[in-house]
Design a binder for this molecule. Structure first.
Ligand code: NAP
Length: 254
């Protein structure tokens, strides 16, 4: 655990899955966390309640991504929350671009509307969210974008999705150089198959097949990814920027 006391963080898509575990981890480390959700306000409220019960600080922010004005709505909600719950100054030290959607369609069945939605939620929103928060991000800040092992392993059902994740990885490469003078690090974390609310994780045969892809013969847990993000958010990771962190449990080892 690191010391994020006095820091503020926004985790997008924190109502469940990896985002939820990340919000819990950063709050456990002492940060005030904005728990973003798209549609499930009740789930986000539960995450906030859990963090508060554990002695942490958090507030929920709702904003559907992939629609006109999405980033403005999110930024305004985060700013208002930081103003209300923060320690005076409206600033954001840590941004975790985690919210994302998958495709699940063969290339010949991926239409322009689905493609546009994937790009809007997974790539366009993170780009403009970074642009929007940089003026309130202090020197030494952190931007962590959640990519996917599918930028390194082929899955024809997810070509468009993988394209959006490859785009997200470019944010780290180019922004790292741009923001280095301010001591702001920008990195990508690539999970492998990680347990979320998908019904497939309730089917033992399916879980066994997914587990076999990892060197550890198990599927990832949200906390496996949250701990990597927690490290990148900490001062200990100050010398890492522009990096791709393989958090696939050895899946990319082949
Ligand atoms: P998840 O359980 O499906 O949760 C997705 C989160 O994103 C939810 O909080 C959801 O909020 C939010 N979200 C989705 N679409 C949104 C939209 N249009 N607008 C606003 N919020 C939206 O996700 P996960 O499996 O934990 O994955 C998290 C990240 O890791 C994603 O970027 C994903 O691509 C990446 N990843 C996951 C895996 C995996 O195996 N799980 C593997 C590789 C990479 P609401 O529920 O409130 O709508």
């Amino acid at each position: 655990m690191s010391d994020l006391a006095g820091k503020t963080a926004l985790v997008t898509g924190a109502s469940r899955g990896i985002g939820r575990a990340t919000a819990e981890r950063l709050a456990g480390d002492g940060a005030l966390v904005a728990v973003h959700y798209g549609a499930d306000a009740a789930a986000a409220a539960q995450v906030v309640a859990g963090i508060e019960e554990a002695g942490g600080r958090a507030f929920a922010v709702g904003a559907r991504l992939g629609v006109p004005g999405d980033v403005d709505t999110l930024f305004d909600g985060v700013s208002a929350g930081l103003d209300k719950h923060g320690d005076g100054e409206v600033k954001l030290d840590i941004l975790v671009n985690n919210a994302g959607i998958m495709g699940g369609a063969a290339p010949e069945h991926t239409g322009p509307e689905q493609f546009d939605e994937l790009v809007a939620v997974n790539a366009k929103a993170p780009f403009f969210l970074i642009q929007r928060v940089l003026p309130i991000m202090p020197d030494g800040g952190r931007v962590i974008n959640i990519s996917s092992g599918l930028t390194r392993v082929a899955n024809p059902q997810e070509i468009a999705y993988a394209m959006t994740k490859a785009a997200v990885e470019m944010l780290a490469l180019h922004y790292a150089k741009y923001l280095g003078p301010r001591g702001i690090t920008v990195n990508s974390v690539a999970p492998g198959i990680t347990r979320n609310g998908d019904p497939a994780f309730g089917v033992p045969e399916a879980v066994a097949q997914m587990a076999a892809l990892s060197a550890f013969n198990r599927v990832g847990e949200p906390a496996d990814i949250a701990d990597v993000v927690g490290f990148l958010a900490s001062d200990e990771a100050r010398w890492i920027t522009g990096a791709f962190l393989d958090a696939t449990g050895g899946t990319l080892a082949g």
